[in-house]
Design a protein around this ligand. Structure first.
Ligand SMILES: Cc1cc2nc3c(=O)[nH]c(=O)nc-3n(C[C@H](O)[C@H](O)[C@H](O)COP(=O)(O)OP(=O)(O)OC[C@H]3O[C@@H](n4cnc5c(N)ncnc54)[C@H](O)[C@@H]3O)c2cc1C
Length: 385
């Protein structure tokens, strides 16, 4: 249970931690810290949890990996393993159930063109490299998709252990847990200046806050804050567009059409997602997204022309080397960064929050964070503009 931090009505009293950004990363880190009894606030210029973390499809797919030869894959697989326990804690502290479904995943590759064969080869190499065994493979559509699936040769992998989470429910549950635990939430408040001499003073238009530590978790917007501290991160927005439509099959499984398109069950609908648009800040659903989704749906499921129930988009935070940035910006001043989780932030959240919390407390994180050090080669640079 959350310990229940002291309410922050006395603004003269410094917070132990002010988190800047209320997406999955900011909320999850604040949750960890509040559980340790710290006095925490979250500040966000927008409503909390309405950006990339809300837009996401909630896929938690490890592709049955057992061993990993990269720090990132290792981190991701460990975080997925921590999900059920972490969700239990969030549900218990919020009283809000969060849909987490281990419905499995079918990944289907067409065998009739060079591009899809290359994509298939990459998947097969990964399965060998990671010693995956918890999957099966057949050169045909699974029975429930056969009436709809494209003609021509296909290879279908089945990963029965894959899961997905309703990320919107998760964000709502985290927010409620934080409120119940006494964390001060300041949505629609923008920090305009950060002074670090002696102690951290954060200035918004209408108020000032003092904080022993500051955690920047503003996703694709993290540079808005970093520049106030004299730094710049190599993070860009990468837009993704999604739409939901009434499910055309009764199963609870996810479906990935190569790496082009995914279909994730949510209630009676399927979420279809596809695009990867670097450097686009616009958060609308547009003709390009519509065309891409319909194009790939038609390629794999000819004749399927759904009416969208909902359309939306979001911007993923991507670092130049595609690795998250998790660590100190200025350890002396107590300023840390947790951003750049690109396409996997929902999956990475439980372990990222545990690691960041350990870092903030001067403890050894459960996973070595040095590959994700914000000041690694190609990482943060002094902001000269
Ligand atoms: C279309 C799409 C599909 C995705 N699907 C998946 C998936 O299936 N599985 C998965 O694991 N991941 C998925 N992701 C990736 C995942 O959503 C992100 O990695 C994750 O949400 C990043 O979390 P975040 O908290 O860093 O960013 P965000 O959720 O974007 O939160 C950043 C917060 O910072 C706030 N902010 C902005 N400016 C400031 C400022 N100046 N000061 C303070 N705060 C500020 C924003 O308002 C926002 O609330 C997807 C992403 C997208 C866009």
């Amino acid at each position: 249970m959350l310990k229940g931090t002291e309410r922050g009505s006395d603004l003269e009293k410094p917070y132990d931690l002010v988190v800047l950004g209320g997406g999955i990363m900011g909320l999850a880190c604040a949750f960890e810290e509040a559980c340790r009894g710290r006095r925490v606030a979250i500040v966000d210029p927008n409503p909390l949890g309405r950006k990339a973390s809300w837009a996401a499809a909630g896929i938690l797919a490890g592709r049955a990996g057992v061993v990993s030869n990269s720090p990132f894959r290792g981190f991701y697989l460990r975080s997925l393993a921590a999900y059920p326990e972490w969700l239990k804690r969030v549900e218990a502290d919020s009283g809000i159930p969060v849909a987490f479904v281990r419905g499995g995943d079918y990944q289907v590759f067409r065998l009739d063109n060079p591009a899809s064969l290359r994509s298939l080869k990459a998947r097969e190499s990964q399965l060998i490299r990671e010693k995956a065994t918890e999957f099966s493979v057949r050169d045909e559509w699974p029975a429930f998709l056969r009436p709809r699936g494209c003609k021509g040769p296909v290879r279908a992998f089945h990963f029965p252990g894959e899961a997905y989470v309703n990320n919107r429910e998760l964000l709502a549950a985290l927010e409620t847990a934080l409120k119940r635990g006494g964390v001060d939430l300041f949505p629609e408040l923008r920090i305009r200046a950060i002074h670090t001499a002696g102690e951290n003073v954060l200035e918004a238009e209408s108020r000032k806050m003092r904080a022993r530590q500051v955690l920047i978790a503003a996703g694709a917007w993290s540079n808005e804050i970093l520049k106030l501290t004299g730094w710049r991160a190599p993070v860009i927005p990468v837009k993704g567009q999604l739409a939901s439509f009434p499910a055309f099959h009764p199963e609870k499984t996810m479906i990935h059409c190569q790496e082009k398109l995914y279909l994730i069950p949510r209630g009676n609908n399927l979420i279809a997602g596809t695009t990867t648009e670097p450097e686009i800040w616009d958060e609308g659903f547009d003709a390009y997204g519509d065309e891409k989704l319909r194009g790939y749906l038609g390629e794999f499921f000819p004749g399927l022309e759904p009416d969208w129930v909902e359309t939306w988009s979001g911007v993923r935070p991507r670092a130049r080397d595609r690795l998250p940035l998790m660590g100190w910006v200025d350890e002396n001043a107590g300023i840390a960064l947790c951003a750049g989780h690109y396409k996997s932030g929902i999956g990475l959240a439980p372990l990222a929050a545990k690691c960041m919390s350990a870092l903030l407390h001067g403890e050894k994180p459960p996973v070595d964070l040095s590959p994700f050090d914000p000041k690694r080669k190609g990482g943060l640079q002094k902001n000269t503009s």
